[in-house]
Every structure is written in C-alpha cells, then in structure tokens.
Design a protein around this ligand. Structure first.
Ligand code: ADP
Ligand code: MG
Length: 316
C-alpha cells in the first residue's frame, strides 16, 4: 500500500530526497503536480514523473465526485471571524479555508490591520470564530513583504479576547520576504511545514509589492503577471490541499487611471483574475471607518459592509 512518497514505484531514497527538497514531500503535492514541473524540480525523466504522479493519484483515490459530495465538502470548510460582524456577514460568515481571500485597496485602508486581527482570531476556539480545537491550537504563517508587521498590534488584539498575548505570538510563524523569488520559495517550503504544524492560516502582506518593484513598467508586465500567477497558483494549491485559509493583500492606487494598462492597478484592481477566490475591496471612510465591498464572487451577494479599525482591532 502506498502511504508516503517513498512507497511510490520508482522512488528510491535519492529521488525521494530530491522530491522533498523541491517541495513535493507528500502524495497530495505530487498528485496535483504536472509531469513537467516534477521532472524539472527533481531532475527525473518526464516518463518517470508521469508514472509517479499516476501512482500518487491512485493512492489518493482521485476520481469524480458527485455534486452532493461537493456540497458536503464545501459545508466542511471552516470560517475565521474578522472581528467585525458586518464584515463576516459580507464574507458569508468569515474568512474561508481552502480559498484565497484578497484584500485590495489604497494605503491605510486597513489591509494590514485585518491580517494582524485574523492571525489572532484563527487561534480562537471554533465556537468563537477560530479554528483551534481543545487539543490543538490553530497556527498562522505571516509572510511580511513590506516590514509592516507589529507585535504590539498582536498583543492588543489578543488581549481583546482575553487570550495570552505571548502564547498567541508563539503560534504565529513570521517571516520577512526580501524579494519575489524569496517570497515564492517560502510558499514552496510551506508545503513541507503546513502539514506538520496545524497551520490554518497563511498571510501574504503584500502579495504584489516585490513583483511591482522588480518588474516595473509596461514592458515587464507580461513577465510579472506570469510569475505572479504561478505564485497565486501555489497559494491556491496550498489552501486546497491542506484546508487552510490564505489571505493576500494588494495595494492599489486611489487613482488607477494614472496606471492605465497595468492589470494589477486597473479599475477593480485585484490580482486574482484567474485564480479562484474572494476579492474584497477596501475604502477609507470617515475617521476610523472603512468600507468593504465584494468584487465578482459568484456565490456571495453583492453589497458593502462598514467596519472600524480600533485600538483593539477590527470591529463594528
Ligand atoms: P494598509 O495595510 O491598507 O495600508 P493598515 O492596515 O496599515 O493599512 O491601516 C492603517 C490604519 O490603521 C491607520 O490609518 C490607522 O487608522 C489604523 N490603525 C493602525 N494602528 C492603530 C491603532 N493602534 N489604533 C487604532 N487605529 C490604528
Ligand atoms: Mg499594509
């Protein structure tokens, strides 16, 4: 019986090591890979890669599902509260696992504050809107590309729920991504870490910053978008395979017309064009009020929600 990648036909210790190093440590990761990608990553012939993928899929019993099974699976996805009832309602209950949720909006619209708050909230027990169970604390990964993570905010947001701030912080795995390649390598590495650590939330704040800086101008647009799409694809695989919620943020200009021609700046402004997921636009309102709006989500009703950014976090 095939239970781990070393049980796959044609995978000896050397190939197993190469696969693990390349981020294909589990049957799930291999089953959803393409032969080309596996062959390049592990330095094995395409035909061998095909054989390995086929065996991994058979071991996982990949087959058609009925719509009823799809329904049951979707009902099993879990939701994390944002701290605002209004925003939760807009999202159909909260931030969903197995999905990418993109928050996009101008500077100061609350993207980073929401990331901090959800990194805390995921640790709440299930009945309070988190994903911790009595025997297992849910953890979060925080990939910071802009250096805007503040432990002080985690502390304030933890105290709000009566959680021990140091314990909450010890369940947030933080990493600063220094460029887009590093950012992508981190996500590859998560395929090894997430299954071992009860990680239920992965945050990338922001997902686009490095890509914009490294691929400036219209002439680099195609290359940038291609690389970004690969990154988003990896994140959505991660969400799907390991039942984790993924939050990405994307800063867009208040006046997108100035950046005409740039799809990550255009009207609408979101980057999740082809990837499945939920896109939420944030706008500033008066004082600490913010307005959230869902953009082209087939399963969610249209509408807006007003929430607040307070000292103790995201609230109504
Ligand atoms: P973005 O990531 O979208 O650029 P942020 O999430 O950093 O924006 O939001 C910044 C806003 O959050 C600030 O303009 C401020 O209104 C609010 N904010 C930040 N820290 C606090 C705090 N300690 N108390 C209250 N509001 C805060
Ligand atoms: Mg920010």
């Amino acid at each position: 019986e095939v239970k781990s990648i070393t049980d796959l036909p044609g995978v000896g210790p050397a190939t197993a090591n190469k696969l693990i190093e390349a981020g294909y440590a589990t049957l799930e990761a291999i089953a959803v890979a393409t032969p080309q990608e596996l062959s390049a990553a592990a330095g094995i012939p395409i035909t061998t890669a095909q054989r390995i993928i086929k065996a991994a899929r058979e071991a996982l019993d990949i087959r058609f599902k009925t719509a009823l099974e799809v329904k049951k699976e979707r009902l099993q996805t879990h939701k994390i509260t944002t701290g605002s009832r209004n925003l939760d309602d807009l999202l159909g209950g909260g931030i969903e696992t197995k999905t990418i949720t993109e928050f996009f909006g101008e500077f100061g619209s609350g993207k980073t504050q929401i990331c901090h708050q959800v990194a805390v909230n995921v640790q709440l027990p299930i009945e309070k809107g988190g994903l911790s169970t009595p025997d297992k604390m849910a953890k979060a990964v925080y990939i910071d590309t802009e250096g805007t993570f503040r432990w002080e905010r985690i502390e304030a947001m933890s105290k709000r729920w009566g959680l021990d701030p140091d314990e909450v912080m010890s369940n947030i795995l933080y990493i600063r991504a220094i460029n887009s390649d590093h950012q992508m390598a981190i996500v590859d590495e998560l395929f090894n870490i997430v299954p071992k650590e009860n990680i239920k939330l992965v945050i990338v704040d922001s997902v686009t910053g490095h890509f914009r800086a490294e691929y400036p101008g219209r002439e680099n647009l195609a290359a940038r978008q291609q690389k970004l799409n690969r990154h988003l694809h990896q994140l959505s695989r991660l969400a799907e395979i390991y039942d984790v919620a993924v939050i990405i943020t994307n800063q867009v200009m208040a006046k997108p017309d100035v950046f005409y021609g740039d799809p990550t700046q255009a009207v609408g402004g979101h980057v999740l064009y082809h990837a499945p997921g939920v896109r939420v636009q944030l706008r500033k309102s008066r004082g600490n009020k913010r307005i959230a709006r869902i953009v082209d989500a087939p399963h969610l009703p249209e509408g807006e929600a007003v929430f607040m950014i307070t000292d103790y976090g995201i609230a109504d």
